[in-house]
Design a protein around this ligand. Structure first.
Ligand code: DX5
Ligand code: ZN
Length: 216
């Protein structure tokens, strides 16, 4: 499957988001946007306007780490900000099926994700309705954490079930861990610190892609 690289702007310069995204645009496949509500996870991140103000040809891939994606308006806000895919957690407190239906009815791709300790079964229930599944390889909340290799089993299981599904991995990805992720079956790769903590973001993306493509 084609490898898609999704730089996460969580580690980008927040005061220069447009410039940061313009720089990576020719080299990336998606731009990953991490949204946190201060409840599901302690931090809070971007405001909808900050994301709406990013003008890019890259699809905005929005990852909602929030308790109430639908009933507190997060889905609406990020649809309005130009999301082309929205991922919600099975651990959130809204009705999962209602969220998936709502996102899809708006013409957006719907994805589900789980924290590292949550069973894949919570996703399998909805599998036929999903455009993508995200497997988290760190506990959500912060960039720069260490990759948790045990989650690779979930990716292997999912890839067996769905040979064509977009399977995204998020957390602790670097030129080494990306190899394990791709070998397990992930094809959409999120990376924040491995790209935006580097002086040369373009070289960092190239290194990740080369490393991934060697592992297919
Ligand atoms: C973590 C976020 C990730 C994070 C990844 O809660 O969902 O997208 O930005 O950061 P790195 O790539 O540095 O682990
Ligand atoms: Zn994320």
């Amino acid at each position: 499957m084609k490898i898609k690289i999704a730089p996460s702007i969580l580690s980008a310069d927040r005061n220069n988001l447009q410039k940061e995204v313009e720089l990576i645009e020719p080299h990336a496949d998606l731009v990953h946007v991490d949204i946190m509500d201060g409840k599901f996870v302690p931090p809070t991140t971007f405001k909808p306007e900050e994301i709406k103000n990013i003008h890019t040809s890259l699809p905005k891939d929005v990852h909602l780490m929030v308790d109430h994606p639908l009933t507190e308006g997060y889905i609406d806000n990020y649809l309005d900000a130009g999301a082309q895919s929205i991922t919600i957690h099975t651990e959130c407190k809204d009705d999962i099926l209602e969220c998936i239906k709502y996102i899809k009815a708006k013409g957006c791709k719907a994805a589900l994700t789980v924290k590292p300790d949550t069973s894949l079964d919570t996703i399998l229930l909805y599998l036929e309705k999903l455009d993508m599944v995200l497997i988290m390889s760190v506990n959500p909340g912060y960039s720069g954490q260490k990759f948790i290799p045990e989650v690779l089993e979930k990716i292997k299981q999912l890839r067996k079930l769905k040979p064509e599904l977009d399977i995204e991995i998020d957390g602790g990805i670097n030129p080494q861990t990306i190899k394990e992720a791709v070998q397990a079956g992930a094809n959409v790769i999120v990376a924040a610190s491995a790209i935006f903590d580097k002086e040369d973001r373009i070289a960092a993306i190239r290194e990740l892609r080369a490393s991934a493509e060697q592992s297919i």
